[in-house]
Design a protein around this ligand. Sequence first.
Ligand code: SF4
Length: 231
Amino acid sequence: MLFGGIQKLTLIDYPGKVAATIFTVGCNFLCPYCHNPELVDPKKIKEQERLSEEEILKFLATRQGLLEAVCITGGEPTIFSDLPEFIKKIKDMGFLVKLDSNGSNPQMLEKLLADKLVDFIAMDIKAPLEKYKKVAGERVSLENIQRSTELVRTAPDYEFRTTILPALHSKKDVLSIGRWLQGSKKYYLQQFKPTKTLDSAFLEEKAFDWPSVAELRRLLEIFFDKVEVRE
Ligand code: SF4
């Protein structure tokens, strides 16, 4: 696996747990609003700091008994075939594991779930299926996305979340996501922040205003057990 960094303490990445977050390098999607371009853009990846697995595990050993969980995010962690072995080492140290994924690799999710290697999966939902390729790139397999949503719902804990912005999502799109995933436990609307983006043109894009986000949240409440907004 390729690692680009570690956040040594987070109180928000794993809901309700004190955790560290590990960032993997590389992604198979091309979301123009991506706020981690240094982990996705091939040119920027070259300049990205790298950490070895050994360095990460050494750090985590110093946090046993202090942290409850480890979050693995990217980029896209499931592009690495040795992800299960890496997670196993973390779980053997006694940590809960949360995986953030774009849902592109249901085979990997299936394996991680079967081997009980993940306690929480957070899956990004980029758009309703009919607009997925427009938002995340032509390479997206809609079949894989659909399969991943089904698998994620079998995880011990999970959430779906969408970063929304007017340039890519209409109110109709957001409601279409709600109908698609209805009956799921938790769904988060995430506000777009034009601070750094994969496509620099998106630095000029605006986020939804807060009353619109509040309205979307209210409309989505019929589809999910819990709907929340993340800044
Ligand atoms: S937003 Fe996530 S899935 Fe999209 S390009 Fe960035 S890291 Fe990849």
